[in-house]
Design a binder for this molecule. Sequence first.
Ligand code: PLP
Length: 267
Amino acid sequence: MKVFKALTIAGSDSGGGAGIQADLKTFQELDVFGMSAIVALTSQNTLGVHDVFPQSVEAVVSQIEAVATDLKPEAVKTGMLFSSDIIEVVAEQIKNHELDNLVVDPVMIAKGGGQLLQDDAIDSLVKSLIPKATVITPNLPEAARLTEVESIETISEMKKAAKRIHEFGAKHVLIKGGHLSSDQKAIDLLYDGFTYYSVSAERIDTKHTHGTGCTYSAAIAAELAKGHGLHKAVNKAKHYITCAIKHSLPIGSGIGPTSHRGHRLEV
Ligand code: PLP
């Protein structure tokens, strides 16, 4: 039996709903063997981020090397990368080990308000990592920051941002429309440099969405690891994240996590 493997390079969420923990749960649910390189520890619960403890660049490089030289992943996702130094070594490792099927989730700020990427790291993200991405998955505030506009509030503004981010060198751009205000549907926009595709699902009214972005991008990486093309991987991942939000867990007293086993309840 062929075992498909995926690597997440991201931050740890002690609360278990986002970051490395969300990624590994998602890989497992989607029948992919999950591996991790932890770039920062966060002390976190449903109310917010209490502390961030970044790891050294040596620790990050060592983890990726250990995995890549023995357990070469079929797909990789990056999440919280925290600093410019970490982004630069992650990009270098991806190149040196010829890691393919790279999903870049440009994590910047947690829903509870914690800063997960330093302000001066955006430049490294744009110049060193985005050009290596098979797909980059910004939400609307992240897409606005990457394209240096005040805000993105319409589909036409999403299209403009997708085009600009594609020019940074990503093969595909998936702008997530979850933050769009008035829509009945949760519409994401996928752009490959030629055509805009809409990826839509029912919009679920819940406040318990902690870890949504991590989970969605991990699901895309898992589907790519299994050999699906990008469009199929995104469509399957959209179904997975919609189920996870639909069955999200009202635990803790803040923003609860999505349910990584939600997809099992929707067949
Ligand atoms: N904590 C870590 C370690 C993450 O990687 C992420 C990913 O975006 C978050 C928190 C964000 O979680 P939230 O969905 O609540 O914004």
